[in-house]
Design a protein around this ligand. Structure first.
Ligand SMILES: *[C@@H]1O[C@H](CO)[C@@H](O)[C@H](O)[C@H]1NC(C)=O
Ligand SMILES: *[C@@H]1O[C@H](CO)[C@@H](O)[C@H](O)[C@H]1NC(C)=O
Ligand SMILES: *[C@@H]1O[C@H](CO)[C@@H](O)[C@H](O)[C@H]1NC(C)=O
Ligand SMILES: *[C@@H]1O[C@H](CO)[C@@H](O)[C@H](O)[C@H]1NC(C)=O
Ligand SMILES: *[C@@H]1O[C@H](CO)[C@@H](O)[C@H](O)[C@H]1NC(C)=O
Ligand SMILES: *[C@@H]1O[C@H](CO)[C@@H](O)[C@H](O)[C@H]1NC(C)=O
Ligand SMILES: *[C@@H]1O[C@H](CO)[C@@H](O)[C@H](O)[C@H]1NC(C)=O
Length: 509
């Protein structure tokens, strides 16, 4: 009893001084049971309706978006993959005679998304403005008035996108279909049969128009999270019902969010700590995806999150558009990578509150790089150019911290540490930090330190990673070094590092 009181007292003293007890944390010497992490883990999804805003067109390419995507290629050696889809994909109709690239119809002008999207051949100019990007192109599964419409849309996509077409996607979150796109009694079997029929129609039309091997699909693009949709549909059951019996799917895809923007909303300032900057919550949230990927491993397909972001329904101001989201993104991405999820397509849309960047001026908001982009850049930097990057999680004790060891083959090359304790930028005085000491193989003598940091977890801007800003206002999204980098010495295999609250660090040995 006496002992525990002493422990409590000494813990209290340490917290008061802003320090953690610095017991030494061992780093595993080898990445046991891990598989290589794809270099395009950090990928992008763009709302179908807003793709022209992100990419521009032939006469007005969006250089800002191009620069931001190119930055990933400079860091990892490969460009992110871009999926063009989302809810608006299932409301998009192709009109071969339409001159305008896209016509958007809104129920209310202030809505986040249009209810109808009419697009024409010039829409596809946007696939050729961002460099050598590979695309997943979304087709409308909802429309049911003609198969000719589906064939036209698919053949225009294969001819216009050409070799940059990675895969097709047929339908978005069709687990919402009963009572929305279809009768309330539309069943999982109905879905499986409709998808099988329509995917076969697409395949044969595409093979006629674009001879060569058929690209295949990313599917089934369900969002199966009980706080978003109550449904008895499961992916395991879907595949038992003869879904995709012809094996046209090349990558499995599910969607993921941490919460949903619908009333009653908790205060953003509270939720950013409770839901986003919370390792325990991230582990719980991803558990269902990890379990599903294990259950479906027998299919032999890569498991991706083909659309994801922090809070569903385009995010929440003060929570997902601020620096807290970047720290969430780092921890979420690394935990997903450790557990074999192959690609993360972070969803984007014009004025979306979780977007990594605002591509054009809209609703009074200028083009700008948002905090989540910096989280994506940090994860890409941690993966780097190696084709044999492996990641292992190092357990820590608190909800608000996480650590990962990163290996090039069997050689420890980096550590990532996040300190996700909220820190308000308006707080005056000292910014608390945590101190860590890691035991690493003794051949390491020094390390380079790249920090992901901003004025606070509630900061909208002035974020840097490794001292670099990617802001629009500087060089239109190209890297600009703002602060110099740090180095640290490693003595006898002991590496000590201070990590300020609401920041993360990449240590390269
Ligand atoms: C290309 O983009 C510009 C600027 O947004 C626009 O004015 C023009 O109409 C677009 N061209 C086509 C063919 O849509
Ligand atoms: C589903 O509901 C529709 C009416 O919305 C009805 O016509 C149809 O028979 C029902 N199908 C089944 C299998 O119950
Ligand atoms: C939509 O079309 C598919 C076949 O293309 C058919 O199986 C399905 O019943 C149709 N659904 C509706 C609601 O018409
Ligand atoms: C699809 O894949 C499964 C499992 O790999 C295999 O048993 C089946 O024969 C394949 N079907 C076709 C049409 O290739
Ligand atoms: C983190 O999430 C877990 C699980 O929802 C919760 O029990 C815990 O209180 C949260 N931690 C913080 C700091 O909000
Ligand atoms: C941070 O500041 C906001 C006002 O900007 C305030 O509402 C909130 O309670 C503060 N949070 C903390 C953890 O101090
Ligand atoms: C952000 O940086 C700009 C200049 O680069 C400066 O004027 C502004 O005060 C900074 N804001 C914060 C919150 O640090």
């Amino acid at each position: 009893m006496l002992l525990s009181i002493q422990v409590l007292l000494s813990t209290a003293a340490l917290i008061a001084s802003g320090r953690c007890s610095s017991h030494t944390i061992p780093v595993p010497s080898f990445p046991k049971n891990s598989s290589p992490v794809p270099r395009d883990l950090q990928s992008i999804s763009i709302e179908f309706a807003y793709f022209p805003d992100y990419a521009g067109n032939k006469s007005h390419p969006n250089k800002f978006s191009k620069n931001l995507l190119q930055n990933f290629k400079s860091i990892t050696g490969v460009a992110p993959k871009v999926r063009v889809g989302g809810t608006s994909q299932d409301h998009a109709i192709y009109f071969p005679d339409q001159e305008e690239n896209v016509k958007l119809f809104y129920r209310n002008p202030t809505d986040d998304q249009p209810i109808q999207i009419n697009y024409g051949p010039t829409y596809f100019e946007s696939y050729h403005t961002l460099g050598k990007i590979k695309y997943v192109h979304g087709l409308n599964m909802n429309q049911n008035y003609s198969t000719e419409q589906l064939e036209l849309a698919a053949t225009e996509a294969c001819t216009s996108i050409g070799p940059q077409l990675h895969l097709f996607e047929l339908g978005n979150e069709f687990n919402f279909a009963p009572g929305k796109y279809r009768a309330a009694n539309y069943s999982l079997l109905d879905y499986a049969e409709e998808w099988n029929t329509k995917s076969a129609i697409i395949k044969s039309a595409v093979q006629k128009a674009c001879p060569g091997s058929f690209p295949g699909f990313m599917a089934p693009s369900f969002v199966l999270l009980d706080f978003i949709v109550k449904t008895s549909w499961t992916a395991e059951e879907l595949y038992n019902l003869g879904y995709d019996k012809d094996n046209l799917t090349k990558e499995m895809c599910f969607h993921n969010y941490m919460g949903v923007n619908s009333p009653p909303l908790p205060p953003a300032q509270l939720d950013l700590q409770r839901t986003l900057m919370n390792h325990t919550k991230i582990v719980q949230n991803l558990a269902a995806q990890i379990k599903r990927s294990e259950n479906l491993a027998y299919l032999g397909l890569p498991y991706t999150l083909g659309e994801l972001n922090s809070i569903a329904n385009q995010g929440v101001n003060g929570e997902t558009n601020v620096f807290s989201d970047a720290l969430w993104l780092v921890d979420f991405s690394l935990w997903a990578a450790v557990h074999g999820i192959k690609r993360l397509h972070f969803h984007q849309g014009l004025n979306y509150r979780y977007a990594s960047w605002q591509p054009i001026e809209s609703k009074g908001i200028s083009p700008t790089t948002r905090p989540p982009y910096y989280g994506q850049i940090m994860v890409a930097s941690a993966i780097g150019k190696s084709k044999d990057t492996r990641i292992v999680s190092i357990p820590l004790s608190e909800d608000t911290e996480s650590a990962y060891a990163i290996y090039n083959g069997n050689r420890l090359s980096e550590l990532v540490i996040t300190n996700m304790r909220a820190f308000n930028q308006t707080t005056s005085g000292h910014r608390p930090h945590r101190e860590y000491q890691f035991r690493v193989p003794s051949q390491h003598k020094s390390a380079r330190i790249d920090r992901l940091i901003g004025p606070g977890s509630d900061a909208l801007d002035n974020i840097t990673f490794g001292g670099i800003s990617y802001d629009h206002a500087l060089e239109e999204g190209k890297p600009v070094q703002r602060h110099s980098n740090e180095e640290t010495r490693i003595k006898n295999g002991l590496l000590t590092i201070e990590v300020p609250d609401s920041s993360a660090v990449l240590i390269t040995m």
